[in-house]
Design a protein around this ligand. Structure first.
Ligand code: UD1
Length: 437
């Protein structure tokens, strides 16, 4: 396995580039399965999750080629013959469940392994399944797989209300609805930027979708979608992560510039809370500049659906708040049990108490380097952030979680002045070889 070894205390400066959005890229790749021929997607980040999903797509027989240097992905679904996504691939990444909607939309049949739980709770898929049934799919379960069919090869379309609003279920139902025989209405649909950009690609491919960017989506099914080349949007969670890192670990008074960025995708709640920390920032076409504050003001936040504060930034916010000038509270209303990073941060000297879906964070805390364990993607980047301001060396273990969603993070942070190296280690070795035992 690999770990990052981070020397704390170097203050960051200069420029950090933001890659293409991981979560949006996965929706775009799913949409490309519905095309009638080859198409090219640009600004696709070089990440483990993209490779995993490329394997899922390749399993169907569709052609897929990805170039991590140009960040271009070419797909041709003409050769697709297997309407299946097996357990071995789905278990690696929950978003593989998009294959259910995509294959139903493509040919009216799908056999997709049920995803399991995840590091921070059960994460159900009931809305995906009930929603597809509302569009006319017949669904049964066989040996851990969802087997779905559309009578006559095409769904009829229908009305469904998401409760709660779900990004993944909205994407899955859209994939199925755009080629249905009739009309569909999706109520309380997600309007996260990932969904909006996904709808923009579907529209470019000939889909008829009304209400894009609102909570009610209306779809008139069309028989077939055409191929369309498309450029992915920047990753808003990576941008938010770097803005928080800059404010916390930058040289006081200096400007850190994030390039390739789309700050509006972060939503009002994050941008307001960030302003309230006393960190001045500004933006222009494709960039954000953060002026590193002398002191960070403590700010309470509560996560919510877009334009609420993103749950995918709460672990990073928590680390920043350990450095704030006072105590603060954070509540996660989207995933009420997403606090696996807290015990690891406490090993670094953080003082935080989890009560239900809330965490109380003590500010003005001097963090210390330690051996810590990544438990999921956003938790692992929060440990890297803590390590940057900690005294001494931190070893962040199991960084395969980090590689799922942050392209070349050590390269990007090193170029901004951090001292980081990647090392291989033996997970099962004794304590003196760097393992916690
Ligand atoms: C997506 C993102 C993930 C982010 C999350 C919330 C991708 C690949 N992942 O995940 O990074 O943290 O949005 O912004 O884009 N729910 C149900 N039943 C369902 C589906 C969801 O009850 O069938 C609930 C969930 O438990 C959760 C809420 O709906 O409380 C929102 O989850 P959802 O938007 O579906 O998250 P994902 O799409 O899985």
């Amino acid at each position: 396995m690999e770990k990052l070894v981070i020397e704390g205390g170097s203050r960051l400066g200069g420029e950090i580039s933001v890659s293409g959005s991981k979560n949006t890229a996965l929706t775009l790749m799913s949409a490309a399965l519905l095309a009638d021929g080859p198409m090219k997607l640009s600004n696709i980040p070089a990440l483990r999750d993209i490779n995993t999903f490329a394997q899922v797509i390749g399993f169907t027989g569709a052609e897929i080629r990805y170039d991590p240097i140009t960040h271009e992905l070419e797909m041709d679904p003409s050769s697709l013959t297997r309407f299946e996504a097996p357990y071995e691939l789905v278990k690696k990444m929950r978003a593989s469940f998009y294959m259910l909607g995509a294959l139903l939309g493509k040919g009216g049949a799908a056999r997709v392994s049920l995803p399991g739980g995840c590091a921070w709770g059960p994460r159900p898929v009931d809305l995906h399944l009930r929603g597809l049934e509302a569009l006319g799919a017949e669904i049964k379960f066989e040996h851990g797989n969802v087997v779905a069919h559309a009578l006559g090869g095409r769904l009829r379309g229908g009305v469904f209300r998401f409760e709660p609003s779900s990004v993944g279920a909205t994407v899955n139902l859209l994939l199925a609805a755009v080629t249905a025989k009739g009309y569909s209405r999706l109520e309380n649909a997600a309007c996260e930027p990932d969904v909006v950009v996904f709808c923009e690609l579907l529209t470019a491919m000939g889909a008829k979708i009304g209400g894009i960017g609102t909570h009610t989506l209306e779809v008139e099914g069309v028989p077939m979608l055409r191929a369309a080349d498309f450029t992915n949007c920047p990753d808003r969670i990576e941008l938010g992560t770097f803005m928080l890192t800059a404010a916390m670990a930058g040289k006081s008074g200096e400007v850190l510039r994030m390039t390739g960025a789309e700050p509006k995708h972060l939503g009002d709640a994050f941008l307001t809370a960030f302003t309230q920390t006393g960190t001045p920032f500004s933006w222009g076409t494709n960039f954000v500049e953060v002026v590193v504050p002398e002191k960070i003001q403590p700010v309470n936040v509560e996560t919510g659906i877009y334009p609420g504060f993103p749950t995918d930034l709460q672990a990073q916010w928590t680390v920043m708040m350990t450095q704030a000038d006072g105590n603060s509270k954070l509540r996660d209303t989207v995933y009420t049990d997403r606090f696996k990073h807290i015990p690891e941060l406490m090993r670094m000297g953080a003082n935080a108490i989890v009560v239900g879906n809330e965490v109380v964070i003590q500010g003005n805390t001097a963090l210390q380097g330690a051996h810590v364990m990544s438990t999921d993607l956003r938790a692992s980047v929060s440990l890297v952030m803590g390590a940057l301001v900690a005294e001494g060396e931190t070893h962040v273990h199991r960084i395969y979680h980090l590689d799922r969603g942050y392209e070349d993070i050590e390269g990007k942070l090193t170029r901004a002045g951090a001292v980081i190296r990647r090392e291989k280690y033996d997970e099962w070795a004794g304590p003196d070889e760097g393992n916690e035992g």
